[in-house]
Design a binder for this molecule. Structure first.
Ligand SMILES: NC(=O)c1ccc[n+]([C@@H]2O[C@H](COP(=O)([O-])OP(=O)(O)OC[C@H]3O[C@@H](n4cnc5c(N)ncnc54)[C@H](O)[C@@H]3O)[C@@H](O)[C@H]2O)c1
Length: 247
């Protein structure tokens, strides 16, 4: 059983979906969890849900593309709990289009939300972790960032960038006992994929050797491993959790 007693975990984009599952999973291992999201409604609802499970939880509204929001989050969390041990860069969006039709706004929104945000969060929170000579940073990438995907040039570039960021963070912070790894989900059943047409879902399912979508818990379980003491000598790696898709 993974023991995260007294560890403080910040999870971005955790008002719903994979981020929320990660928060519940880490909380069930004893961590104090910080839910954060741009969407205040889902954030507040999820905070209430986790409080009802008797966990130690706080909610902080944070748009990860806004530097002032990140600074505010770090201050609020350290004022309350003094430290941050685990950071999960999970917030992400899609703006799919074939490259020939993709406009610069679609490109930039995805790069800002899925990649630049992780650079900013990591920079701000690794500073706190460095003081305690302990940290676990886990970036939620994507199978698309490893293999590419039709209609997702922006998303593939952002997630591939996130993998490069993961490996460099691992190198630069290893001497401070801070690890950084990425989990690359395949096709997971959340609101993000529910937005796809039935036709596209059927086509993707055909390509998955296990012939089913993953669940948010499948991703949360991988994150829990990287967050654990047991993973203390693993850094700079990418774990694909995708039912065999493209592998
Ligand atoms: N669902 C999948 O199949 C899948 C596959 C591969 C990777 N991923 C990645 O997993 C992560 C979570 O995805 P999900 O499926 O749970 O999606 P989701 O859309 O259900 O949840 C994403 C959350 O991020 C929040 N968010 C969006 N922009 C934000 C911002 N600027 N600041 C703060 N929060 C913001 C949203 O409000 C939402 O709560 C994303 O990074 C996504 O790219 C998902």
């Amino acid at each position: 059983m993974v023991n995260l007693n007294d560890k403080v975990a910040v999870i971005t984009g955790s008002g719903r979906g994979i981020g929320k599952s990660i928060a519940i999973n880490l909380m069930n291992c004893g961590a104090k969890v910080v839910l954060s999201d741009i969407n205040q409604d889902t954030l507040q609802a999820s905070v209430k849900e986790l409080e009802a499970l008797k966990g130690q939880v706080m909610g902080v509204a944070c748009n990860v593309t806004v530097s002032e929001d990140i600074d505010k989050l770090v201050k609020e969390v350290t004022d309350k709990w003094q430290r941050i041990d685990i950071l999960v860069n999970n917030a992400g969006i899609t703006r799919d289009n074939l490259m020939i039709r993709m406009d610069e706004a679609q490109w930039q929104a995805v790069i800002d939300t899925n990649l630049t945000s992780a650079f900013k969060m990591t920079k701000a929170i690794a500073k706190v972790m460095s003081k305690f000579k302990y940290g676990r940073i886990i970036n939620i990438a994507s199978t698309t960032g490893v293999h590419g995907n039709f209609g997702q040039a922006n998303y593939a570039a952002a997630k591939a960038g996130l993998i490069g960021l993961t490996k460099t963070t691992a190198l630069e912070f290893a001497s401070r006992n801070i690890t950084c790894n990425a989990v690359a989900p395949g096709f997971i059943d959340t609101d993000m994929t529910k937005a796809l047409s039935a036709d596209i879902i059927a086509k993707v399912l055909e390509k998955i050797p296990m012939k089913k979508m993953g669940t948010p818990d499948d991703i949360a379980n991988a994150v829990r491993f990287f967050a654990s003491q047991e993973a203390q000598y693993i850094t700079g790696t990418v774990l694909e959790v995708n039912g065999g898709l493209y592998t």
